[in-house]
Each structure stands twice: as C-alpha cells, then as structure tokens.
Ligand binder design. Structure first.
Ligand code: PLP
Length: 390
C-alpha cells in the first residue's frame, strides 16, 4: 500500500508495545507485575460513574455541542479560575475526548512546516510524534537528573530561534515526576514574552502533587494570552476509559479548535461530560485518597530502588512515575527493560521510549498496589543482582 509520506513521521507510545510483550508472557503462564501502565489502578469514583449512568438513562446519547456542554465548560472555567488564579470564561474552554487531542489541535492550529517547537525530553512521546507529523521541527529541551529533571532555562533560551513558535511544558512531568519551580516558570514566561512564543502547558498531573500548590505558567503576567492549558479527567479522577479532557486558551484560538473538533470528532460523548461535571463539582474524598495512596507507594518504591546497589533514583514531586538511573549495569535502557520483564516478570518502560535523553533510565509506574510494588522490588533486586555489581 502506498501511504502518505507523513505517516513515516508519526510516532507511537511504546507503553502499548510493552503491554503486548507482557501479555505474550502471561499467555505462556508467566505472572507479570504491571508497572508500565500510566493509568490509576483505582476505579472511577462511584458518584461520578453514577452521574454518567444517570445521563445515559436520561437520553444523553446524541450529538452535542462541538466545543463541549455548557455546564461542563462552566465547571471547568470555574475550577481553572480558582486553581490557577486567573479569570477564565467558558468561551475559552474546549472539551475533547481525552486531553490528547489538544496536543494535536494545538500543533495543527499553530505550527507550520519549518516552525520550531521546543518540548521536554524525556517527555510524553506524543509531543515529538505530533510535532514531526505536522511537519514542524522538534527541538528537544533535555531534562537532566542533576537538575532534578527540570528544564534548564539557560539551555532553553539558547534553543530559541526566530523560527521558534511554541514551547511545550509538562509539570508534574511524565516520565520523570519533576515539577517546575516558580523561578523556572517566571524565567520561561520572560522568554515567551520576549520572543512572542505560545506555550502548551500540559497540566494533566497538576493535582497529583506531593508538595506545594500547583503552579501554571498561565498565571504569570501576560501569559494567559499566549498559553493553552491542557488538563483532563483521566488521571486525577481515574477516568482514562471515559475519554474526557480539555484545553483552556484565548477565545480566538478556541474558535479554531472548535472547527478542528467538528472536522475530527464532532463532539465529546455527552454522558461522559455529565460525569465530568460531577467529577468537578461533587465530593473530592476519593481523589484525595488516591493522591495519598500514590504518595505512600512513591515513598516505598523510591526507598526500595535506592537499596539496590548501582541504582540512583530522584524523589519525584508529582505524577505517578519514578525514573531511576540504571546506566551502571552496562545495558541500554531497552535491554534493561526487556531483561527485567523476562527475568523478574516486571513490566517497566525503557527511558528511550520518552526521547533520546531517556537513555540510561527506565520509567516505573506506581499506579499499582503497595503489595505488588513490594513484590516487584524483591523480584527486580534479585534479577539485578544476577547482572553482577556495577
Ligand atoms: N499528557 C500526559 C503527560 C500524559 O501522561 C497523558 C496520558 O498518559 C496525556 C497527556 C493524555 O491523557 P488523556 O487520557 O486525557 O488523553
């Protein structure tokens, strides 16, 4: 089949391939502990599911407004205004099936062939994939362990050229769990103002934060007009399968995103959006409990990894991943991840699945029970011991 040339530039998410390898082992009767997945192991809070079912029973099964239902856009505007300290109106909100389409739409709407887009590496692989796909130039901003995996702002400044159009930020970050500081954001905001850049701020883990308050670059003076905040329900409300996310952006851009929605999805499922209203306006105890559980697991996993000779591991400040350094064992990240799957029956993702600066690391998700994390640590420690001392 003759495919369009652009298909050669479209990437993927390796986590789906890791899952397939793990399932192949399971089919042979092996037991695998799944620490590759990027989704909460918790079910959607009961009252949220109930709101979705009620909406279905009430006939919310038809096409809806492409930009999202008014009650949900109002709830999102109120929540973002409160948590980011900026005035947001429903006209600035576009609801999408998951947050992912906001990445696609932002790049389609803003980046021309030859434009440069700066993005975090290691980072969520869809950024680079989509930048390449629209024909723009992907310019990685390396996140280094010695800088707690935060963007080095001086280095970022050196990457800005007259062709730079957009900077993608993600804090708390997937896969490293790093969080940008107030000073980092201030400095990036200055760069954006000086060079007239737009920012796509992926804040999907904003509420899965273990210290301090979530900070958004959109809150800095003059930045709301040049920022697309991307957030969603998958992580904090354990709603990955419902497909519900949103972007908050200048109203003019929202009009264009609305057209992109019309051309691709028509609308986000109505009953899902009703569940989303309940997720935002209803009780938050389940969400608070999930974050407390993630923190306990993070502490156990970081402590356990640090006990394994040859591994260094920063303490992540948010999200539900750790990104330990495994470079001492003389294996590539991919070979190390494959070895851990085969030998220990623990599925983890090679750091290189998140960009070339992920070499020497693996991503381990702690969206799994404490008991499974403890078992995985034991099995990994044994398998790693067989590699010999680094
Ligand atoms: N952004 C980041 C950093 C993510 O890790 C993910 C999911 O893994 C997404 C966006 C997409 O989330 P959604 O399920 O809302 O499309």
């Amino acid at each position: 089949m003759k495919l369009a040339g652009r298909m050669a530039r479209l990437g993927t998410e390796a986590v789906f391939e890791v899952g397939a390898k793990a399932r192949a082992l399971e089919a042979q009767g092996r037991e695998v502990i799944h620490l590759e997945i990027g989704e909460p192991d918790f079910d959607t809070p009961e009252h949220v599911t109930a709101a979705g079912i009620e909406a279905l029973r009430a006939g919310q099964t038809h096409y809806a407004a492409p930009e999202g239902l008014a009650p949900l856009r109002e709830a999102i505007a109120a929540q973002v205004s409160r948590t980011r300290g900026i005035p947001v109106s429903p006209a600035e909100v576009i609801v999408t099936p998951g947050a992912k389409p906001i990445i696609f739409y932002t790049l389609l709407a803003l980046a021309e062939a030859g434009d440069e887009v700066i993005y975090p590496d290691p980072g969520f692989p869809i950024y680079e994939s989509m930048i390449d796909f629209v024909g723009a130039k992907a310019v990685p901003a390396p996140l280094r362990e010695e800088n707690d995996f935060r963007i080095d702002v001086d280095e970022l400044c050196r990457k800005v050229t007259p062709r730079t159009r957009l900077i993608i930020l993600n804090s708390p970050e997937n896969p490293t769990g790093s969080v940008l500081s107030q000073q980092d954001l201030e400095a990036i905001a200055t760069v954006a103002r000086q060079h007239d850049l737009m920012i796509l701020s992926d804040e999907i883990y904003a509420r899965i934060l273990y210290a301090g308050e979530p900070l958004s670059i959109a809150s800095f003076p003059g930045l709301k007009e040049r920022t697309i905040i991307m957030d969603g329900f998958s992580k904090i409300h354990a709603m990955t399968g419902w497909r519900l996310g949103y972007g908050v952006m200048p109203e003019e851009l929202a009009q264009h995103m609305r057209r992109l929605m019309i051309n691709s999805n028509s609308c986000t499922a109505s009953f899902t959006q009703h569940a989303g209203v309940e997720a935002l306006r209803g009780p938050q105890e389940a969400q608070t409990r999930m974050v407390a559980a993630f923190r306990e697991r993070r502490d156990a996993l970081v402590a356990g990894l640090r006990r394994i000779p040859g591994i260094t591991c920063r303490e992540p400040q948010g999200a539900f991943y750790v990104f330990p350094n495994i470079s001492g064992y003389g294996l590539t990240s991919q070979d190390f991840a494959d070895y851990i799957l085969q030998r220990a029956g623990v599925a983890v993702v090679a750091g290189t699945a998140f960009g070339r600066y992920g070499e020497g690391y693996v991503r381990i998700s702690y969206a799994n029970s404490l008991a499974n994390i403890e078992r995985a640590l034991e099995r990994m420690a044994e398998a790693i011991a067989e590699l010999g001392r680094p």
